[in-house]
Design a protein around this ligand. Sequence first.
Ligand SMILES: CC/C=C\C/C=C\C/C=C\CC/C=C/CC(=O)SCCNC(=O)CCNC(=O)[C@H](O)C(C)(C)COP(=O)(O)OP(=O)(O)OC[C@H]1O[C@@H](n2cnc3c(N)ncnc32)[C@H](O)[C@@H]1OP(=O)(O)O
Length: 284
Amino acid sequence: MMASTRSLLRTKSLISNLPRFSSNYKCLDVSVNNDNNITTVTLKRPPVNSLNLDLLSEISDVLTDLKKSKSPGMILTSSSDKVFTAGLDIMEMHKPDPERFKQFWYALQDVWMKLYGSPFPTAAAINGHAPAGGCLLAMCCEYRVMVQNFNIGLNETQLGIVAPIWFIKTMLNTISIRDTELALTTGRLFKTDEALAVGLIDEMATDKADALKKANAFFERFEMIPPIARAYTKDSLRGSDIEDLKKNREKDIQTTLSLITQPKVQQGLEFYLALLKNKKESAA
Ligand SMILES: CC/C=C\C/C=C\C/C=C\CC/C=C/CC(=O)SCCNC(=O)CCNC(=O)[C@H](O)C(C)(C)COP(=O)(O)OP(=O)(O)OC[C@H]1O[C@@H](n2cnc3c(N)ncnc32)[C@H](O)[C@@H]1OP(=O)(O)O
């Protein structure tokens, strides 16, 4: 084979392996670092990146693309300078239309299964608050770097709701059983330094640039590790949690819908929404 043909074929195979990202994302920026081919996925759904059906569907799509293209790794971050994500969009849970809620919850399950179980390594550069669903996304990643002076945690009980079992398993995969129980029952939000002390995050950063630099450095650990060995090992650790949800997916949707539509839970959400609004009014 002529050298020029070989090089053309090599170029073609490189091109076919490059991640193909839709340019139509409305709530995400997706960029690939030329130095290490790591993809940075930036959440951009102002004001607080709350996770609604649209945003979750886009995250799910990008995770599929990354897996197909055999990406060497992904960093999740936010375009906001104070919120990573405010968690699930409360408006999807307040007086929900049942059909829409089912789609919403299905999309959340999809994101969780794909992110928690991704064969490629993942890191979160947490450059703002990460309550509830925000903490969940960060914990799905394998490594967390968080900018100082923000909050992270599963605070569901503070809203009068209960973190689903797969949220809990994700925290148990991250911190101790004892710390998980204390954190969940009290709905504790940890400041960055407290999160580091308990192991909820791996490193602190001074700002977003520092967080991205440290997150990028994480991937260097895998330079000499065969990706297949890495992926199988991760699956051995996390796969059974994912299988449990796969088996109970429909039941999980139905149970969540029936819990969330309980009048007491709806009243709790209304009260919480009012608190958020009042906070703004009293600050003005
Ligand atoms: C007995 C059995 C019971 C029950 C079982 C019940 C259910 C079980 C089933 C389901 C479990 C569901 C699990 C849910 C997990 C979640 O993720 S719930 C969401 C939790 N999120 C939060 O608690 C965060 C709330 N937000 C904040 O604390 C602050 O907004 C934040 C610190 C993130 C940012 O602060 P700041 O920059 O000052 O912004 P504002 O507070 O001013 O907010 C700007 C506007 O955004 C609105 N907003 C904030 N968070 C959300 C949100 N999560 N969803 C929708 N909207 C949100 C806020 O109201 C402001 O709106 P406005 O501009 O006033 O219109």
